[in-house]
Design a binder for this molecule. Structure first.
Ligand SMILES: Nc1nc2c(ncn2[C@@H]2O[C@H](COP(=O)(O)OP(=O)(O)OP(=O)(O)O)[C@@H](O)[C@H]2O)c(=O)[nH]1
Ligand SMILES: [K+]
Ligand SMILES: [Mg+2]
Length: 496
């Protein structure tokens, strides 16, 4: 149910540039060098995969395995001696795979060498590849960039692939694999085709429609088509950012008065002593963050300073940070010390309790925000204490109630994140959102002009712009500004 993730950094990636306008077409052949890199992990392992791609890939087979081209069957593993091309010294015994273009990941001639994963073996093979003329080490993400330029992947699939490589939880993996295999692209392509069809109908109407009785009817049908597409795009945009949240992790802030047990809570959730716990009120000053996998959902949870009035400037800075963490969190967990009572306080409906606590802690309440209240120190109160079922209670000391609280928390996370098993694909990056938003506005503009019997040629221009925006999201095989490409591929490691 609960696992500690490796790092917060993995969950946060720079969002894609929003000013994405493609300008020129570029083919894979623009890049003539043959690139190579270790594509498996950097540490010692049983097997390492070295990937080679580019026009001279076959030289690897000729010069480093001494096999004739005909003896190597495409996509069939062949056990070979791998030798140094200069002095024919044997480097390793390994598998060679040959992927002639265009049936490879990059769309270019490619070779894979599966060698023993020892550090010295790998570096001897990499050094040998350096000796082949026209060969160079690949840059980060360069294999994927070539695949994109060859039209093997579109921009959403590249993003999906990057997300798949860094997915740390099961739900993140599910969302990423769906995007990497083109589900999101399929949706946008379908919408784009619908806009193009509307454009064709509008064109026909402008040319012939006004002379015929059917003109009005055609325009009415056209308006209905755009209207229903607009409604679909609108609901796609109003997804409460659940896809993006699943991709980058749900931000959860633990808030409460001093000594409520906030640091104790983060420690039991993280299964380690992340934060100092002490009976001294005001122990925590800074915001402390850890990444967790809670029921498959990625969560970045932070402990904060206990909220109270203070004249100490250092503590006040901590309080400012705590309030900021609460304001920017997707979910705020308000921890209360049950032993402080009064019992009547938590017998009220939970939503009233939340408002009451926000007021007491001088925390700005917003109906749009998500809150959970957690009563802590259950071990210090009578076990028969009355409370509404949706109010979780635990003892961080004995861990009583922890399981129930986690179920509660998971339910909340499920509301906040996409469910890749059940829903149609959702927006996962600000780059996608930017284009979908523009596509939506252009559809709106079109309807506005038609509604007010404006210039239909101008209305048609808005349909064209909308189709272009939908096309920009996938941008298959198109090259964008260098800046956009850099951002798109920077998140990959070398060898991908
Ligand atoms: N009996 C009991 N004591 C607890 C429980 N949880 C925390 N405590 C104690 O309460 C005190 C305060 O705990 P912390 O986790 O430091 O509280 P905090 O909210 O982080 O406090 P500040 O950082 O000062 O705001 C410590 O002495 C803990 O051992 C609990 O469930 N039962
Ligand atoms: K404390
Ligand atoms: Mg603390």
């Amino acid at each position: 149910m609960l696992a500690v993730l490796k790092s917060t950094r993995c969950l946060y990636q720079p969002s894609f540039m929003s000013n994405f306008k493609y300008t020129r077409r570029c083919s894979a052949t623009t890049h003539r060098s043959t690139i190579f890199a270790l594509s498996s992990g950097l540490s010692k392992s049983a097997i390492a995969v070295i990937r080679i791609s580019g026009p001279k890939s076959l030289d690897v087979i000729h010069r480093m395995t001494r096999r004739k081209k005909d003896s190597v069957i495409p996509r069939k593993a062949l056990l070979c001696r791998i030798v140094d091309p200069k002095n024919e010294e044997m480097l390793d015994n390994g598998l060679v795979l040959w992927f002639p273009q265009p049936h490879s990941f990059t769309g270019e001639d490619s070779v894979e060498l599966h060698v023993h994963g020892g550090v010295a073996v790998v570096s001897s093979v990499i050094n040998a590849l350096h000796k082949l003329p026209g060969f160079r080490l690949a840059e980060a993400g360069e294999f994927t960039k070539r695949a994109y330029l060859a039209g093997k992947l579109d921009a959403t699939e590249v993003e999906g692939l990057a997300d798949l490589l860094r997915a740390e939880t099961e739900t993140q993996r599910r969302q990423a694999i769906r995007q990497a295999t083109g589900e999101l692209a399929g949706l946008y392509n379908l919408w784009r085709t619908r806009v193009l069809t509307c454009m064709a109908h509008l064109e026909a109407f402008i040319d012939f429609g006004e002379d015929q009785d059917i003109g009005e009817e055609v325009l009415g049908t056209l308006r209905d088509s755009v209207q229903s597409l607009k409604a679909e795009v609108d609901s796609h945009l109003n997804d409460n950012r659940r896809g993006e949240r699943l991709r980058s992790g749900v931000k959860v802030a633990i808030i409460g008065e001093p000594n409520a047990g906030k640091s104790s809570l983060i420690n039991i959730l993280g299964r380690r002593n992340v934060a100092i716990v002490s009976p001294h009120a005001g122990t925590t000053r800074d915001v402390l963050e850890i990444s967790l996998d809670i029921g498959g959902f990625p969560v970045v949870i932070c402990d904060t300073a206990g909220l109270r009035h203070s004249v100490d400037p250092v503590e006040n800075e901590g309080l400012r940070r705590a309030r900021e963490a609460a304001a920017t969190a997707d979910l705020v967990i308000i921890v209360m010390d049950a032993s402080r009572g009064p019992e009547s306080l938590w017998q009220q409906p939970v939503k009233d309790l939340i408002r009451h606590e926000c007021q007491r802690l001088n925390l700005s309440f917003s109906a749009e925000n998500n809150y959970l209240v957690l009563l802590n120190k259950l071990d210090l109160v009578s076990p028969n204490v009355n409370r509404p079922p949706e109010l979780s209670a635990i003892s961080c000391k004995t861990e009583k109630g922890l399981g129930e609280f986690l179920v509660h928390l998971e339910g909340k996370l499920a509301e906040l994140c996409a469910n890749p098993l059940q829903e149609s694909p959702l927006i996962t990056s600000s780059r996608q959102r930017h284009h979908v938003q523009l596509a939506f506005w252009h559809l709106e503009k079109f309807l506005d002009i038609v509604e007010h019997q404006g210039d239909l040629a101008l209305a048609g221009e808005y349909l064209r712009r909308s189709a272009n925006q939908l096309g920009s999201i996938t941008a298959r095989g198109k090259i964008d500004t260098e800046e956009m490409l850099d951002v798109l591929f920077r998140s990959f490691c070398i060898g991908k």
